[in-house]
Design a protein around this ligand. Structure first.
Ligand code: PRP
Length: 191
């Protein structure tokens, strides 16, 4: 289609290994959904997905949540280029709905340094939800720079660069159904 064709490298050329397979992901996500459904029994749950990486996780997770639920989205970006040391993030897309007096569950793909979740939590606390909890698919504790509460966790992973299932390599490959590690020596960023 069109002439400006993107030459995208086949992920099989730079994949190191599949860290979490599609089957393992789906099994664990179903378990998380059941656990969340038990914990919020009799309540209505408001799921907030942090864009963009959390999208696949949210849509699969919510299929396993049996209590009444609603969804909303938020996007954050870092100040400047060095979030790892500055720890500052800003809201680039805010929620559509009020969260006052609601049971809110943040849905993230990964907690790395912890700065994103920490910032979002402190912002949302000021809006007085009834409860505010965190559900992350992946937790990379070796990279943590600020302590954050994690109430639901899919997998604890080692300190390796990962992609797939919402996580990108220069914005691509988010659609892969598994989580994989990268062999950076063989990776060629898409032009
Ligand atoms: C990733 C991920 C988390 C955040 C975690 O988002 O989706 O939101 O980084 O890192 P932290 O714990 O060190 O803050 P990213 O900024 O890459 O945006 P994306 O979700 O749009 O890919």
């Amino acid at each position: 289609m069109g002439s400006a064709k993107t030459e995208m490298q086949d992920y099989r050329e730079f994949i190191d290994e599949i860290l979490v397979s599609e089957e393992e992901l789906q099994k664990r996500i179903a378990e998380l959904g059941q656990e969340i459904s038990r914990d919020y029994e009799g309540e209505t749950l408001h799921l907030i997905c942090i864009l963009r990486g959390g999208v696949l996780f949210l849509t699969d997770l919510m299929r396993h949540i049996s209590v009444p639920n609603t969804i909303d989205f938020m996007a954050v970006s870092s100040y400047g280029t060095n979030r790892q040391t500055s720890g500052q993030v800003r809201i680039s897309l805010d929620l559509k709905d009020d969260i006052l007096d609601r049971h809110v569950l943040l849905v993230e793909d990964i907690v790395d340094s912890g700065y994103t979740i920490a910032s979002v939590l402190s912002l949302l606390e000021t809006r007085h939800p009834k409860t505010l909890k965190v559900c992350t698919l992946l937790d990379k504790p070796e990279r943590r720079e600020t302590e954050v509460p994690i109430h639901y966790r899919g997998f604890t992973i080692p300190n390796k660069f990962v992609f797939g299932y919402g996580l990108d390599m220069d914005e691509y490959y988010r659609n892969l159904p598994f989580i994989a590690t990268v062999d950076l020596e063989r990776y060629r960023p898409n032009a």
